[in-house]
Design a binder for this molecule. Structure first.
Ligand code: NAD
Length: 433
């Protein structure tokens, strides 16, 4: 099939490249000229494990093209994926201006029937809006399919090519057949393609993210209660995760969730519900707990050092909102850095992939180290924010001569408190004894 993927970001690039890898011809387009120029020069603008070699192979074999020419891509493709951003508007609702601009372009440039696929995360009712915007500009036949994406950054290729399920919201048999054919290479293990109405497909994405965010906030709240009653959330996590009705995924206490999806999708779901006259109860609380949680590490630093941090210097490990990505959108590290700096402290950070993006966002507000050990030089304490696997095996003998202080703040509970304390360090985790 000839496919246009409009929007070549974290989702569009992965979707386009994976579909190219199953033999389709893909036009990956974007309005960001710099991004496309880098892709055309063989450079991958984001960090996503395995993506670079997959792009290289499919470009070399002529199945993957990058361009800013949206009109040509629309004309040539029979299937058009919309994968542009849907950032939060001022009131938290999803800003649909990029999605609707693409709908207008499709209506303007299409010269033959198309299957338009909404891959972006969009509120219930967007499928209808996109349909109306395209129909206002053309008399040619088209379908609009809602096909939310469930990939996780850091494991995006694996998630996309081995999905737990594919969700399709469509109203015609022809569109369903196109989607079945496209996704069939990924569903050979028997995982289902779930067909439903577009509103339910749109809602499924928000319900999934709200559920996962709820598990994280729930566990963070349990951690806060553990702290005040003297229990250990690590034991509690094992105690409840082993219950088959509960399970282990998304049960880790920490400094809160970030990224481009959970925060904005949770807020957008609240807004959508309100717009339709329903005031949700659980979902706003999920967001509230998370906001508090992002400030918790700084509160712990204050408890140890006092609220005036002038003259104090901190080593910070991990900036990205989670490991294996360079994505800094809504990263808890930004809240930690801001809190420390506002109290007069200085910070030296190290992250394996996200330092370039952090520099772009906050410039010289902090200094950047070449490696994890260098970040520790002269610091009064070490703060871990993102649990990159290389931080897990902490060699305290190596760190001791570098750190000025003997304090560790572990924002992801990855270190063993007993071991750390036995080596003369004070240890602060999240809800652990
Ligand atoms: P992104 O910001 O990385 O990429 C969006 C791209 O769209 C940008 O490169 C931007 O330049 C481009 N764009 C904007 N307007 C355009 C236009 N008119 N024509 C062509 N290109 C245009 O965003 P992302 O993280 O890839 O997310 C895209 C969508 O997928 C969002 O709705 C998001 O919620 C959803 N989603 C994201 C993830 C994730 O992990 N990032 C997972 C599932 C779903």
């Amino acid at each position: 099939m000839k496919i246009a993927v409009i929007g070549s970001g974290y989702v569009g690039l992965v979707v386009g490249t994976c579909f190219a890898d199953t033999g389709n011809k893909i036009y990956c387009v974007d309005v960001d000229e710099k991004k496309i120029a880098r892709l055309q020069a063989g450079e991958v603008p984001i960090y996503e494990p395995g993506l670079e070699e997959l792009i290289k192979r499919n470009v070399e074999e002529g199945r993957l093209l990058f361009s800013t020419d949206v009109a040509t891509a629309i004309k040539k493709a029979s299937v058009i994926f919309i994968a542009v951003g849907t950032p939060p508007g001022e009131d938290g609702s999803a800003d649909l201006r990029y999605v609707l601009a693409v709908a207008d372009s499709i209506g303007t440039h299409m010269e033959s029937p198309k299957t338009v696929v909404l891959k972006s995360t969009v509120p219930v009712g967007t499928n209808k809006k996109v349909r109306a915007r395209i129909a206002a500009k053309t008399k040619i036949d088209f379908d609009v399919v809602s096909n939310p994406e469930f990939l996780k950054e850091g494991a995006a290729i694996e998630d996309f090519t081995k999905p737990d399920r594919v969700v399709i919201g469509c109203e015609t048999e022809a569109a369903r057949k196109v989607m079945e054919e496209l996704y069939s290479p990924y569903l050979r293990t028997g995982k289902p393609l779930l067909c439903m109405d577009p509103a339910s497909a749109e809602m499924t994405k928000y319900a999934a993210n709200a559920m996962l965010a709820t598990r994280i906030s729930f566990m963070n709240e349990m951690a806060r209660i553990c702290e005040v009653v003297g229990a250990d959330v690590n034991h509690v996590r094992k105690g409840i995760g082993t219950d088959a009705r509960i399970g282990f995924p998304f049960l880790f206490a920490g400094v809160g969730y970030g990224g481009s999806c959970f925060p904005k999708d949770v807020r957008a779901l609240v807004q959508t519900a309100k717009e339709h006259g329903y005031q949700p109860h659980i979902v706003p609380a999920v967001e509230e707990v998370n906001e508090e949680q992002k400030h918790l590490l700084v509160q712990k630093v204050f408890k140890h050092f006092g609220k005036d941090l002038k003259g104090k210097h901190f080593a910070l490990w991990g900036l990205a909102f989670k490991p294996k990505t360079d994505d800094m959108r809504e990263a808890p590290s930004l809240v930690v850095v801001e809190g420390l700096r506002a109290a007069g402290a200085t910070v030296t950070a190290f992250d394996p992939e996200a330092m370039k993006e952090t520099k772009r966002m906050i410039g010289d507000a902090i200094t950047y180290a070449d490696n994890a050990l260098d970040a520790c030089k002269g610091a009064d304490a070490l703060i871990l924010v993102t649990e990159w696997s290389e931080f897990r095996h902490l060699d305290l003998e190596e760190i001791k001569p570098l750190l000025k202080g003997r304090v560790l703040f572990d924002g992801r509970n990855i270190w063993d408190p007993a071991r750390v304390r036995a080596q003369g360090f004070e240890y602060y985790g999240i809800g652990v004894r």
